[in-house]
Ligand binder design. Structure first.
Ligand code: ZN
Length: 430
């Protein structure tokens, strides 16, 4: 009896401490609450909020126009040109398309000491030929890609217009960006180019993509993806019987990898693995010449992601070598093709950008939630450059499906939030 009471009180204490830790994580230092209120109450900033409301119908029109120009992965160029025209019309000091295909607009600040980025991604998951005409059903706008992330693109334009029309001068420079390659095999290539190859020195980054008002993604869920291809000569199932069979070897490889990976993922920072697709072979009476699988591994910890990648390679190699050491004729060979590489990391909640994002969210009456995800912000986050991904607002659903929809319910609030966070990072000058 006494014992169970003790356990119960320990449990309560544990639950309490868990809650405490959660609250602490989202603590906003009073100086940032003050700072954000002060900025939001400036005359020009209030004017910018009014402008965002006033141009809201046009923002929705922009979203519809952009949605109807499909931008499959690696084929964003046509939509990029439409976005570029819109951003040029909104006004910036310099607008250009970089080597990889990102559309960039630079709005210069007074000192230009720092460079702040605001982006949404141009690409959608849908292939060429998909019907992307926007249908209006009551308040609902329906089309593949309308929310993810075309809504974000229209928000970037609206934020730039608000800066210009309210004649706000910032200290720092701001880049307004439509980026390529966020989805799937695009593998964040637009961001990788900006942060690893371009000569821009970016100090903080705000991505708009997914989620409702209040979501602040400050941590990157890293992933590594591979296609493993096993090959041999192949032949007749009866006539060449005894010849190395890649399917047989793949079976052993899957068994070996899933056994060690299951053990590895049982404890420590959350890590996952999945064999998502397997294929190969021509007919039931042929020894296949090829057998392949696609594998996805994820972890919140960069170190554990490296570890499971190593386990993956060693276990596959071992299984195939073991298979080759049996009395089969000829050998099975292995090829590892990396088809995805997204880094892990986290920006501390005490960093000014995260504090400002949380304080700005509270200013609009929403509850800030810090989250982990795989977004464009992952690239700067992994480099320890302050970055977040914030929501597109409104109401929406069905992302990555043909039934995607969006309702502009309080949608302008999310634009004002994106504007306020960007302004706080860019520093209001006059
Ligand atoms: Zn997206």
């Amino acid at each position: 009896m006494k014992n169970s009471k003790f356990i119960l009180s320990m449990l309560c204490l544990f639950v309490y401490l868990q809650g405490y830790a959660q609250d602490r994580k989202n603590d906003i230092a009073p100086i940032y609450t003050k700072e954000l209120k002060k900025i939001a109450n400036k005359k020009k900033v209030k004017r910018a909020f009014e402008i965002i409301d006033a141009i809201d119908d046009q923002t929705i029109e922009d979203m519809i126009e952009l949605t109807e120009v499909i931008a499959p992965p690696f084929k964003e160029a046509e939509r990029a040109l439409v976005f570029k025209k819109m951003i040029e019309a909104a006004g910036a000091d310099k607008v250009w398309i970089d080597e990889i295909g990102n559309v960039l607009a630079l709005r210069k600040g007074k000192t230009g000491k720092k460079l702040i980025g605001l982006d949404a991604h141009l690409d959608v998951v849908f292939p060429e030929g998909t019907d992307v005409n926007v249908r209006k059903v009551g308040d609902t706008l329906k089309a593949p890609g309308i929310g993810d992330d075309t809504r974000g693109l229209s928000m970037v334009i609206a934020v730039l217009k608000a800066f210009n029309k309210a004649e706000i001068v910032t200290n720092n420079d701001i880049l307004f960006v439509g980026s390529v390659g966020e989805e799937g095999l695009g593998d964040l290539r637009g961001m990788k180019y900006l942060f690893n190859e371009s000569d821009l020195k970016i100090d903080s980054w705000i991505s708009i993509d997914g989620g409702s008002l209040g979501r602040i993604n400050n941590a990157a869920l890293g992933s590594k993806r591979y296609k493993v291809i096993l090959t041999s000569k192949g032949g007749h199932s009866w006539g060449s019987f005894g010849l190395a069979n890649p399917h047989h070897a793949l079976g052993k490889a899957i068994d070996e990898f899933s056994a060690v990976a299951s053990e590895f993922t049982k404890k420590g920072a959350r890590t996952s693995f999945n064999i998502g697709v397997i294929g190969g072979g021509t007919s039931v009476n042929s020894i296949p010449f090829e057998s392949w699988m696609e594998v996805d591994m994820r972890s919140v910890s960069a170190q554990r992601l490296d570890s499971i990648e190593l386990l993956f390679k060693t276990s596959i190699n071992k299984a195939v070598n073991d298979y080759n050491a049996t009395d089969i004729k000829d050998k099975v060979t292995i090829e590892f093709k990396k088809i995805g590489d997204r880094p892990s990391g986290e920006i501390s909640p005490s960093t000014p950008l995260i504090q400002r994002a949380m304080a700005a969210t509270e200013f609009f009456g929403a509850k800030p939630r810090l989250t982990i995800g795989s977004t464009n912000a992952s690239i700067p986050i992994a480099l320890n450059i302050p970055a977040i991904c914030i929501g597109r607002g409104g109401k929406g659903g069905g992302a990555h499906s043909l039934d995607e929809w969006f309702i502009n319910e309080n949608g302008a609030e999310a634009i004002k939030l994106a504007f306020l966070i960007t302004l706080s990072e860019a520093e209001f000058a006059n």
